[in-house]
Design a protein around this ligand. Structure first.
Ligand SMILES: Nc1ncnc2c1ncn2[C@@H]1O[C@H](COP(=O)(O)OP(=O)(O)OP(=O)(O)O)[C@@H](O)[C@H]1O
Ligand SMILES: Nc1ccn([C@@H]2O[C@H](COP(=O)(O)O)[C@@H](O)[C@H]2O)c(=O)n1
Length: 215
């Protein structure tokens, strides 16, 4: 089974993806890490994030060790990822890796922005996870506070809105729900309730699939 989970920054899709993967014994890929690794490689080499050719080279050059760097989670890397991810050649360079990951047994849960629309358009289950920008900023601020990092919630909210705008309005693989995605609004749901809601969607899809196959 392939479960595609898309949604904006800090909506809770990664948290949900990890829980679903563990529950169903599937592998998990946080596809955002790939774009973050491209940005981080460019930052480390002092390159201009707006340089599309350099971004495409960095995307072709990333290796597994790049995906373990703790600096991937920084605010600057997230912003950078959102810039380089708009470059079509960057997305093209990362496409095969994601599709191969999805194709390996026993299946996968992949979260990102274009998983249901571009990477895995045939996924058995597609979820589009949202939450209000204010709630997402609150969650991100709490996460940073728990990590002992300084927090400016207003700046985080501004970042989130800028990232939403870039991710939704780029020409290649913009953030949007696939036609057959189910919306999960987590604004007022805690992580456990969001997980239970997602499992209910998955079970309904699996039952519908079994019924179609037997009829
Ligand atoms: N339903 C929820 N209620 C409250 N907090 C949540 C919920 N889901 C996730 N969180 C918390 O919100 C923060 C962001 O969640 P998470 O990293 O899963 O989001 P994301 O959509 O994967 O973000 P990104 O795309 O930026 O990686 C985390 O600190 C997480 O623990
Ligand atoms: N499938 C994806 C995943 C991510 N991106 C871009 O990377 C940025 C960082 O992603 P996080 O999930 O780690 O926050 C994100 O803002 C997107 O610009 C993408 O384009 N496609």
């Amino acid at each position: 089974m392939i479960v595609a989970i898309d949604g904006p920054a800090a909506s809770g899709k990664g948290t949900l993806a990890r829980r679903i993967a563990a529950h169903y014994g599937l592998r998990h890929l946080d596809s955002g890490v790939l774009y973050r690794a491209v940005a981080l490689r460019m930052i480390a080499q002092g390159q201009d994030l707006a340089d599309a050719e350099a971004a495409a080279r960095a995307a072709r050059d990333i290796d597994p060790a790049d995906l373990e760097d703790p600096a991937l989670r920084s605010r600057r890397t997230g912003e950078g990822a959102s810039i380089v991810s708009a470059v079509p050649a960057v997305r093209a360079a990362l496409l095969d890796f994601q599709r191969r990951f999805a194709a390996e047994p026993p299946g996968a849960v992949i979260d990102g922005r274009d998983i249901g629309t571009v990477i895995c358009p045939d996924a058995e289950v597609k979820l589009f996870v949202i939450a209000s920008a204010e709630e997402r900023a609150r969650r991100r601020a709490l996460e940073l506070t728990n990590r002992g990092e300084p927090v400016d919630e207003a700046a985080i909210l501004a970042d989130i809105k800028a990232r939403d705008d870039r991710d939704m309005n780029r020409l290649t693989a913009p953030l949007k729900p696939a036609d057959d995605a189910v919306l999960v609004d987590t604004t007022t749901l805690d992580a456990e309730t969001a997980f239970l809601a997602a499992v209910a969607v998955i079970e309904a899809r699996l039952t519908a699939g079994r019924t179609a196959a037997s009829g």
